[in-house]
Design a protein. Structure first.
Length: 142
């Protein structure tokens, strides 16, 4: 339970990559807020993940700065704890659905969640300014 007493906000956590992040953070002991524009999709995700731990829904349109700020303020007010952001966008999966040099045919959302958990944990408290490429070897230095 590396992330006990942490609250993680997962944008797009109602499906795909975002839900995989939400699941992994819950498994690591974090409380999770599913930040989702589609209330029904978010509610379904919360229902599916509820047995894993402290999970809730915050409906938000992250393309709207006002909506995002209101959502963040509401979460801080309700949770009263430090927030950790986990960006659960699906573009990484969509861009990676081809064979990689490591022989991986397609990434699964779970393939990338470990790094996010690491950066949200105290294990990464001295890590600064790092670029970590998680792509199965698609990008390699020349």
């Amino acid at each position: 339970m590396r992330l006990r007493d942490r609250i993680v906000v997962v944008t797009g956590g109602g499906q795909g990559m975002g839900m995989a992040y939400a699941r992994r953070f819950l498994e690591e002991g974090a409380g999770v807020v599913i930040a989702e524009i589609d209330a029904e999709r978010g509610a379904n995700a919360v229902a599916e993940l509820r047995g894993l731990g402290d999970v809730s829904l915050a409906q938000v349109d992250i393309s709207d700065e006002g909506s995002t700020r209101e959502c963040a303020a509401r979460i801080v007010e309700e949770r009263g704890r430090k927030l950790t952001d986990a960006d659960g966008r699906n573009e990484l999966i969509e861009a990676s659905e081809r064979l990689t040099p490591m022989g991986i045919a397609a990434f699964q959302p779970e393939d990338m969640t470990g790094t996010a958990v690491y950066f949200a944990s105290d294990d990464a408290r001295y890590v600064t300014g790092q670029l970590i490429v998680i792509d199965g070897g698609m990008v390699s230095p020349t």
